[in-house]
Design a protein around this ligand. Structure first.
Ligand code: COS
Length: 388
């Protein structure tokens, strides 16, 4: 098991989450995938068990858990059901801009009900024409009296339409490029806010992915996060801290697939012996396990960097997310191969795991963007300092 420096009380918390996930989340996973309905019961479970409270500071009703514990919780939930793991990951993504950049009044108003799980959070950055190029957004926010008036739309928003609290990025100074983007807290019932298309996806079927529409949407001045023009950096700083959570989701999915493949290989008899006795299968399982463990170490490592308050985590967050999600895709694919025909049908969860793994290579920045972030970080160092 990967090395980590989890505090004793958090060890107990993670052990409890593992048990809850095994007993209450795993039995629901296939049905959530089949119906594609948002799992309100899982949302309640995370609220009741204080799992939603983990990423929130104690002074606002949270548990103030370490980032390491948060990624481990996402991993344990995702091992059983990737949609349920995402519930925690996206609650952190949508709320973190308020935790990091909100003023006292905003924190008091929003964080306690997000920590309790009464309210869900969403993060509105991506638009139809701006995905990897996040700065190419078109949504505008124009100041009028005591409000900002938002016009435009966001796409592929996880929890879209369900979240009471939406962190939304919009142009306040369209000529200023990345420095003209600001961040707003938009409540679901603000006038002019509505929900458009709800996407029919390949995986994470129970998670609602929706379009957010702003039609002269009135947002009070008080709901500007930080300073005008600071939104783009807030978005990227948030993603630096949440991408490890997607890495953790990938590790969880891959771990689940590995366990399934191991147990199947020991039971499946062909040519009068378990297929696990074939070296061809053994080597596949060994490679799968090594990829999972390497991914886990990268994820835990960056989580611990965040916990130590290290500033330059972008590169390591990108590495963890990229490596773990690529590994999850390979591991789930190999799990299907080990299960053969049984891997390809819905009687076993291997095919669901592969469909769920795919999104981890795409959201919170495609793996091509992660490579760009890593390369930029490497090349920013003066040549003379390399190797020192
Ligand atoms: N933290 C803080 N600031 C950062 C930063 C980071 N991780 N990365 C860049 N910045 C700053 C830069 O320093 C620059 O600041 P100045 O204006 O002071 O010079 C500013 O942000 C703009 O940076 P840059 O020019 O690098 O921006 P780009 O338009 O080239 O975009 C990428 C950078 C590609 C990395 C960014 O658009 C990105 O991450 N895209 C993917 C978006 C994403 O993950 N979407 C998923 C949404 S959630 S499902």
């Amino acid at each position: 098991m990967a090395m980590s420096h989890l505090a004793e009380d958090e060890k107990a918390l993670i052990a409890a989450i593992r048990e809850i996930a095994q007993a209450q989340v795993a039995p629901r996973a296939a049905e959530i995938d089949r119906t594609g309905e948002f799992p309100w019961d899982m949302k309640e479970l995370l609220a009741q068990q204080d799992i939603y409270a983990m990423p929130f500071p104690t002074e606002y009703g949270g548990l103030g858990a370490s980032e390491l514990a948060i990624v481990m919780a996402i991993e344990e939930l995702s091992r059983c059901c990737a949609t349920t793991g995402l519930l925690l990951a996206v609650q952190q993504l949508g709320s973190l801009p308020i935790v990091l950049f909100g003023n006292e009044e905003q924190k008091q108003k929003y964080l306690p009900r997000l920590a309790s799980g009464e309210w869900l959070a969403a993060f509105g950055l991506t638009e139809a024409g701006s995905g990897s190029d996040a700065a190419a957004m078109r949504t505008v926010a124009t100041r009028r009296g005591d409000s900002y008036i938002l016009n435009g739309s966001k796409r592929f928003t996880t929890n879209g339409g369900l979240a009471q609290v939406n962190t939304v990025f919009a142009l306040t100074e369209p000529t200023q490029g990345t420095r003209g983007i600001s961040a707003f807290i938009v409540e679901k019932d603000f006038p002019g806010f509505s929900v458009g298309r709800i996407e029919d996806k390949m995986g994470i079927k129970g998670s609602q992915t929706a379009e957010l529409i702003f039609n002269d949407c009135e947002v009070p001045l008080d709901n500007l996060l930080g300073d005008e023009g600071g939104g783009f950096k807030m978005a990227l700083m948030t993603l630096d801290r949440t991408r490890p959570g997607i890495g953790a989701q990938a590790v969880g999915i891959a771990q689940g697939a590995l366990e399934l493949a191991v147990s199947y290989a020991k039971q499946r008899i062909q040519f009068n012996k378990p297929i696990a006795e074939n070296q061809g299968i053994q080597f596949m399982l060994a490679d799968m396990a090594t990829k999972v463990e390497a991914s886990r170490l990268l994820v835990y490592n960056v989580a611990e960097m965040i916990d130590r308050g290290e500033k330059n985590v972008s590169q390591y967050a990108a590495m963890a997310k990229m490596f773990a999600s690529d590994a999850a895709m390979e591991v789930t694919n190999d799990a299907i191969q080990v299960l053969g025909g049984y891997g390809y049908i819905k009687e076993y969860p291997a095919e669901r795991m592969m469909r769920d793994a795919k999104i981890t290579q795409i959201y919170e920045g495609t793996n091509q963007i992660q490579r760009l972030v890593i390369a930029r970080s490497l090349l920013a160092f003066p040549v003379s300092s390399s190797g020192s």
